[in-house]
Ligand binder design. Structure first.
Ligand SMILES: CC(C)(COP(=O)(O)OP(=O)(O)OC[C@H]1O[C@@H](n2cnc3c(N)ncnc32)[C@H](O)[C@@H]1OP(=O)(O)O)[C@@H](O)C(=O)NCCC(=O)NCCS
Length: 154
């Protein structure tokens, strides 16, 4: 697996793999706009065999806090450590930008993602009621999870 820090050149691949991970995905130009934002950075994982994009993470650091804006891995590439590798790349980058803690939101019914984050040392820090709009099915609560970047492995 190759991991690269994203620039505008990766936005099409970021959007392509995001679309494989999420039903409501972000367009390439949305990634491009986001990457222009202060404190925003991302990593793209791709196959070292054929260069196919495998996963993406986008984060923001502001006021000493890192936030994971999105992380997604293509269906066929799951359970091979791609998300773990993306987070492992993103945490030191956040420390370099002055962050001492990381927060993210995850739907309460997203067992794979919760298992991923808990395995990496994230702890439950709160609940946002009706955070995700899944109409017509309804709304789903989000867990807020937190990782102390000073306590996490460097
Ligand atoms: C959640 C997601 C990013 C995980 O990506 P991944 O590359 O498959 O995760 P990894 O292979 O790095 O898994 C690391 C650990 O997370 C946990 N985990 C990941 N997927 C899991 C699953 N389906 N069931 C149980 N545990 C899981 C396991 O502990 C795993 O370690 P192991 O494989 O050694 O047991 C991926 O399933 C995904 O893209 N889902 C859709 C988008 C999404 O929900 N994003 C998160 C939004 S908050």
């Amino acid at each position: 697996m190759n991991l690269i820090r994203c620039t505008a050149a990766q936005c099409e691949a970021m959007a392509a793999v995001h679309a494989e991970a999420f039903p409501a995905s972000w367009r390439w130009d949305e990634f491009e706009d986001l990457l222009d934002g202060a404190g925003i950075y991302g990593f793209l994982a791709s196959s070292d065999r054929d260069g196919a994009p495998l996963g993406v993470i986008l984060c923001r650091v502001a006021a000493g806090e890192m936030e994971v804006l999105t992380i997604g891995v293509a269906h066929d590439a799951r359970r091979r450590g791609v998300a773990k590798a993306l987070i492992a790349a993103a945490l030191p980058a956040a420390r370099d930008l002055g962050a001492s803690e990381c927060f993210l939101e995850v739907a309460v019914d997203n067992d794979p993602a919760i298992a991923l984050y808990e395995g990496l040392g994230f702890r439950r820090a709160g609940l946002r009621k009706a955070y995700y709009d899944r109409r017509p099915v309804g709304f789903v609560d989000a867990l807020v999870m937190r990782l102390d970047l000073n306590a996490a492995p460097q």
